[in-house]
Ligand binder design. Structure first.
Ligand code: FAD
Length: 400
C-alpha cells in the first residue's frame, strides 16, 4: 500500500519538523520495499541502512550518549507508523530498541560507556538470542552454559534456533545458563560484539509471514570480558521483568496494531473509491464496526499498559507484581489475537480478489500472513497459562 494513501499518525510534540520529515521518508521507503522483502524473504538491508543513518538505532539511547533520547510513548507511536509500511522491518527495529533499552537500564558502566555511543551512532544493530534448542521459547531458562576462562573471560557456545536479523547484527544479547552446575533458571544475559564471536548460520528462514525478518538459526561461540554480563549474574529474571518483557510487549503490540490499522485505512479508501455501491449496506457497516472495535480495544489497552509501565519506572515500584505482569501478558495476547482477527475480517469484507489476492492494491494477504506470527512470537500458550496462575495471586482482581 502506498503510504501517501494512509493518514499519518500525528507526531507527538517531542517530534520537531526535521524528525517528522525523517520519519515520513523512512515510512515511504519501507512501503516501497515491503512487497519485495516479503517475496524474496530477504533481510531489508536498505531499510536498516536508512534507519541507521536517520539515527533510529539510537532511538531509546539517552542524549548524553549521543542518542535520540526518545521515550516509550514515542516508541509505540513510531513502531505503529513503520509497521504500517513494512511489518518485518518494524519488528526488526522494535526488537533492536528492546535490546537497547535493556542495555541502557542494565549494562555496567564500562560496557555502557563503550557500547551506547556506538549504538546511538548507528554502528551497532542489536540482535536477541533467548530461544534455545532445548528450552524452546521459555524466556527465563537456558541450557547452554557459560564457562570461565583462565584470564576470567567468559566463554560461550550457544545454539540459537531463531535470531531475527542474526546474520546482519553487529552485536548480540544472549541468554546463557550461568554455569554448567547451575539450575536452568539461573540465567545470565551476556552482550557480545559480532567481532568477538564466530557466527555460523545453521538454518534458514522460509516462513508463512514475517519473511523479511531473516530469523534463521545460528551457532555462536566466543569469549567476552566478565563485565559484559548485563544485570546480575544468574539474575536475568530481573532484567526481563524490568525491561525486556515490558518493552517487548509494548513495541510488538504497537507494530501489530500499526500493520492492521494501516490495512484498515487502505481498505476504507479502496471501498470509498471502488465500491461505492456497497457503502450503504448494513452488512458492510456491521463488519467495519467490528474491525474498528478490535483496533480500538488494542489501541486503548496499549496506551493504558504503556502508562502503567511508565508509572512503575517513575515510582521504582515492582515490575514483578502480579497485576503488572497480567496486564503486560494480556496486552501481548490481546494485541496478537485481535489484530489478526481484524485483518481476517478485512479479508472477508474485501472478498476474493482484493482480500485474498497477492497482487491486491490492499496488501491484506501479506498482512494476514505476517500477523499470524504474532501469537507464536513468544507463544501465547505460555502467556495464557502464566496469566492463569498469576490470577490466583491477585484475588482482588486489579484491573488496568
Ligand atoms: C517473527 C519471529 C521473530 C523471532 N525472533 C526471535 C529472536 O530474534 N530471538 C529469539 O531468541 N527468538 C525469536 N523468535 C522466537 C520466539 O521468541 C519464540 O521462542 C518462538 O516463536 C516460540 O516457538 P514455539 O511456537 O515453538 O513455542 P515454544 O514456546 O518453544 O513452545 C513449544 C510448544 O509448546 C507449546 N506450549 C507452550 N506452553 C505450553 C503449555 N503450558 N502446555 C502445553 N504446551 C505448551 C507451544 O504451543 C508450542 O507448540 C521469533 C519468533 C518469530 C515468530
Amino acid at each position: 500500500m502506498s503510504e501517501s494513501r494512509t493518514r499519518p499518525i500525528p507526531a507527538r510534540p517531542a517530534c520537531d519538523g526535521r524528525a517528522q520529515d525523517d520519519l515520513d521518508a523512512l515510512v515511504a521507503l519501507l512501503a516501497v520495499n515491503a512487497a519485495g522483502v516479503d517475496r524474496t524473504a530477504c533481510f531489508p538491508e536498505e531499510n536498516l541502512a536508512a534507519l541507521r543513518s536517520a539515527g533510529y538505532l539510537g532511538f531509546l539511547i539517552p542524549r548524553r550518549y549521543g542518542g535520540m533520547g526518545r521515550d516509550l510513548a514515542d516508541l509505540v507511536t513510531v513502531a505503529q507508523r513503520l509497521a504500517g509500511a513494512c511489518l518485518s522491518t518494524a519488528m526488526i527495529w522494535a526488537m533492536h530498541c528492546q535490546q537497547a533499552d535493556v542495555l541502557v537500564r542494565h549494562a555496567g558502566p564500562r560496557l555502557a560507556a563503550e557500547l551506547l555511543p556506538r549504538v546511538a551512532a548507528g554502528e551497532v544493530y542489536l540482535a536477541s538470542v533467548t530461544t534455545g534448542t532445548v528450552t524452546g521459547g521459555h524466556l527465563l531458562s537456558a541450557a547452554d552454559a557459560l564457562e570461565r576462562g583462565i584470564e576470567e573471560e567468559i566463554l560461550l557456545r550457544r545454539e540459537a534456533p531463531v535470531v531475527t536479523g542474526g546474520e546482519h547484527a553487529d552485536g548480540f544479547l544472549i541468554t546463557m545458563r550461568d554455569t554448567a552446575h547451575a539450575d536452568g533458571h539461573a540465567v545470565s544475559l551476556v552482550y557480545a560484539d559480532r567481532d568477538a564471536l564466530t557466527v555460523e548460520a545453521t538454518g534458514g528462514w522460509n516462513t508463512l509471514g514475517m519473511r523479511g525478518t531473516a530469523s534463521g538459526a545460528l551457532k555462536l561461540s566466543g569469549a567476552v570480558p566478565p563485565d559484559q554480563v548485563v544485570g546480575p549474574p544468574g539474575g536475568f529474571r530481573e532484567v526481563a521483568l524490568d525491561s525486556m518483557i515490558p518493552v517487548g510487549h509494548l513495541a510488538w503490540s504497537a507494530c501489530w496494531l500499526g500493520a492492521a490499522r494501516s490495512s484498515f485505512s487502505a481498505l476504507l479508501r479502496w471501498l470509498s473509491r471502488e465500491q461505492r455501491e456497497r457503502l450503504s449496506s448494513p452488512l458492510v457497516h456491521e463488519r467495519l464496526g467490528r474491525i474498528r472495535l478490535d483496533l480500538e480495544l488494542v489501541s486503548g489497552y496499549l496506551g493504558g499498559v504503556r502508562q502503567e509501565v511508565e508509572r512503575v519506572r517513575a515510582d521504582r515500584s515492582r515490575p514483578d507484581s502480579a497485576e503488572v505482569q497480567i496486564h503486560l501478558n494480556s496486552l501481548k495476547t490481546a494485541a496478537s489475537e485481535l489484530t489478526y482477527q481484524a485483518v481476517d475480517r478485512m479479508v472477508q469484507l474485501a472478498g476474493l480478489a482484493v482480500g485474498y489476492g497477492t497482487d491486491s492494491p490492499v496488501p491484506l494477504e501479506r498482512t494476514l500472513r505476517d500477523l499470524r506470527s504474532a501469537a507464536l512470537n513468544y507463544s501465547n500458550d505460555r502467556l495464557w497459562t502464566a496469566n492463569g496462575a498469576l490470577c490466583l495471586l491477585d484475588r482482588g482482581v486489579t484491573l488496568l
